[in-house]
Ligand binder design. Structure first.
Ligand code: SF4
Length: 440
């Protein structure tokens, strides 16, 4: 058996692409190894959303040069966003790379590897077709209970700090029947939960017009045997009342919406090209909470965007206190060359950004803790995942609202559904005790 090491950087879309790459490698006789030294093939599925992500990959490429010297038969490839962005430059800079495969070429992996196996040489394929989608590929999924299912690729939005539209192209939606088929296949293999993936799932179907995102949610909700349906990411400008109603009416659609606001003043939102306003976002949150009173809302926030003033930052903190997210992913703005924001004037000093980030996290952590404390004594539905990493006697699972719950293990098994009464709510996790099994 030949062995393949696959390193994945970046977002869930990259994880999902890597599962399709692994499926293809498996189909031509490669099995997964966790050790680069043992591997016959090393593939890095890369991210370029921040310069630090690229620096990490360049570090790894250097490390692999030494492995290649000891193992000249090793095949080494780079895929993903950095491959798309850099193309041939990667091989010029590091000739021990055998192939470079762009974001739209996941389905070419088998052909490329066979070509290199037959006749050593460099292959670079970063060509882009706006109509080609990687359908019908074998998938080797990482998890046993939860499956990532991409529903669309690319992004049309061009937020001024983001490189994604340049490396993943315009939005292309899969056909609804292909998505539903993949969900059905995952359920048949024992998966209980799917997460529908896209850079902006709310604009699903605008290109083919066969179904919109609300329609798709309804179709996936109706797949026999599915227990939970999640989705990410939602752009506030496209989240419609029809989608909110689909979540409310769906039996298996989880009441969790990741709704990146990115900032809390109209001036900065405009500079980011986010298209919505604070008032519009506030109104949307009101409609969501009216329809889904138990919803959990999470968000992404960027501090230190060019031109951010103390007044902006203070308004952002006020906005957080008003909206009260369950949790937030907080980022320091970092320049991404090739994006409009990288050349904007009034870049914020690093120490100022760091100070603001600390303050932001402090405010958000306080809110997360208060919201979780409101769950004390409540009984929540949890899908059992298994033993926690640090203590085999403590098990973990998630609520429908995507909160992590910990409890002392009894006789429940992964994939069971249990009611857990919350006894110790904390900022990041809820501790509790199982009070009953939920029959399925
Ligand atoms: S919506 Fe904006 S932040 Fe998200 S991927 Fe598209 S351009 Fe990037």
């Amino acid at each position: 058996m030949k062995k393949a090491f696959i390193g994945v950087y970046g977002c869930q879309m990259n994880v999902s692409d890597a599962e399709r790459m692994e499926g293809q490698l498996h189909s031509i006789g490669y099995v997964r190894t966790g050790s680069m030294e043992d591997a016959d093939l090393i593939l890095l599925n890369t991210c370029c959303v921040r310069e630090t992500a690229e620096d990490k990959v360049y570090g790894k490429i250097g490390e692999i040069k030494h492995i290649r010297e000891k193992n000249p038969g090793l095949i080494f490839g780079i895929a993903g966003c950095m491959a798309q962005k850099e193309g041939e430059n990667l091989i010029r800079r590091a000739p021990h790379i055998d192939f470079v495969l762009g974001t739209n070429k996941v389905q070419e992996l088998v052909n490329v590897v066979r070509e290199i196996e037959a006749e050593r040489g460099h292959v670079v394929d970063v060509s882009f077709s706006e109509t080609e989608l990687p359908e019908g590929l074998p998938v080797e999924r990482g998890g046993r209970l939860s499956a990532w299912v991409p529903i669309m690729y690319g992004c049309n939005n061009f937020c001024t700090y983001c490189i994604v539209p340049y490396v993943r192209g315009r939005e292309r939606s899969r056909l609804p029947e292909d998505v539903v088929k993949e969900v059905g296949e995952a359920v048949a293999k024992g998966y209980k939960e799917v997460t529908l993936l896209g850079q902006n799932v709310n604009s699903y179907g605008k290109d083919h017009g066969r179904a919109d995102f609300a329609d798709l949610l309804g179709m996936v909700d109706a797949v026999p045997g599915i227990e939970r349906v999640r989705f990410m990411t939602s752009h506030p400008k496209d989240l419609s009342d029809k989608v909110i109603a689909a979540i409310r009416d769906g039996e298996h659609i989880c009441e969790h919406i990741h709704l990146p606001v990115q900032y809390g003043t109209n001036r900065v939102l405009k500079a980011m090209n986010r298209v919505y306003t604070v008032e519009g976002y506030r109104d949307l949150v009101g409609r969501i909470r009216e329809a889904l009173p138990d919803v959990s809302l999470t968000t992404d926030l960027i501090v230190g965007f060019p031109g951010e003033t103390e007044e902006d930052f203070s308004a952002l903190l006020d906005f957080l206190r008003e909206i009260r997210y369950d949790s937030a992913y907080t980022f320091l703005y970092s320049k991404r060359s090739g994006t409009p924001a990288a050349t904007m004037e009034n870049q914020v000093a690093e120490d100022c950004k760091k100070r603001r980030l600390r303050e932001l996290m402090e405010v958000q952590n306080g809110i997360s803790r208060e919201i979780n404390e409101g769950l004390l004594g409540k009984s929540l539905e949890v899908m059992v995942e298994g033993a926690s990493k640090n203590d085999a006697g403590i098990w973990t699972g998630r609520t429908r609202t995507n909160k992590i719950v910990l409890w002392e293990h009894g006789d429940e098994q992964p994939g069971d559904f249990v009611q857990v009464r919350i006894t110790q709510p904390q900022t990041w996790v809820l501790k509790g005790e199982v009070c009953s099994r939920i029959p399925r």
